[in-house]
Design a binder for this molecule. Structure first.
Ligand code: 9D3
Length: 253
């Protein structure tokens, strides 16, 4: 059982992604629990202020530290009351964080309790990062309006790795032994659609030929679309054939 607590000033954004499909079933099966908390509830002033002007001046607003510290304290206490051990990691979603990666998802899936802080405006008071947060994560080099979508991405990527969440453990096993190549193309019925035929090898029943074709497609796709992956992929000698068939490989001395 794994627990996620999300701290945000836009809790409504989270109704939806967690209420459908795989995550919904995982929650209903008691494999994960996801709580969304409104940081505004922890602001003590009359207007429930969660942001303020940056010291030193400049554009935009900065999220205030006190409501975030109080929200994390509340979540920790609530979790302990409900029998959780108290070993929560506090992750901030921020554009200056460590780029998210499947390896990080696998690491996080071993933890029992994650508290996620979604930033907004120009960012969060640095004292939150220094004294509360244990890990800062970005989901990539593009600019979003806040940390909410990144938090959903992280929960989705981590939750599906929790044992039992995915129906078929084979697909996870395949993932972990995957060679670091992009996947081969998939087809399903009808065998001909608008005159477009499925590659005949897939209808041949020749399992060795099918495996060879899939490996060749994975290699060629990765070469064209993600050559960066090919540099780190686990390759066999025989993989040189489908690659050299279609492209001129650079000579290596
Ligand atoms: C003017 C400097 N901006 C940084 C490029 C400020 C800024 C822009 C957008 C600060 C925060 C945001 C909101 N984004 C996130 O909070 C965020 C994010 C993202 O924008 N891209 C990828 N991953 C993430 S995780 C959190």
């Amino acid at each position: 059982m794994m627990r996620f607590d999300v701290l945000t000033i836009f809790p409504e954004m989270f109704r939806g992604p967690f209420d459908v499909s795989v995550l919904k079933r995982a929650v209903e099966a008691g494999l994960i629990t996801i709580r969304v908390h409104d940081i505004r509830d922890f602001a003590t002033d009359r207007h429930h202020t969660t942001d303020d002007y940056p010291f030193g001046g400049g554009a935009g607003m900065v999220m205030k530290a006190p409501p975030i510290f109080d929200a994390v304290t509340y979540v920790r206490e609530e979790a302990r009351r409900e029998g959780w051990s108290g070993n929560a990691d506090v992750i901030a979603l921020t554009p200056v964080g460590r780029p998210f990666h499947q390896r990080i998802a696998q690491e996080l899936a071993k933890r029992e309790h994650l508290i996620l802080i979604c930033g907004h405006y120009e960012g969060i008071d640095e004292r939150v990062h220094e004294h509360l947060v244990t890990e800062e994560i970005s989901i990539g080099d593009y600019v979003l309006t806040g940390g909410e979508l990144p938090a959903m991405v992280l929960v989705d990527a981590v939750a599906r790795l929790v044992p039992g969440v995915l129906g078929a453990p084979e697909s996870l096993a395949e993932e972990s032994i995957s060679s670091g190549l992009l996947e081969y193309p998939q087809y399903t019925r009808p065998a001909t659609y608008r005159g477009w035929r499925v590659p005949s090898v897939l209808l041949s029943g020749n399992h060795q030929a099918i495996a060879r074709w899939r490996r060749a497609m994975a290699l060629q796709r990765t070469y064209w679309r993600r050559p960066d992956l090919l540099l780190r992929a686990v390759l066999a000698r025989s993989d040189a054939d489908p690659l050299s068939e279609m492209v001129v490989l650079p000579e290596v001395q």
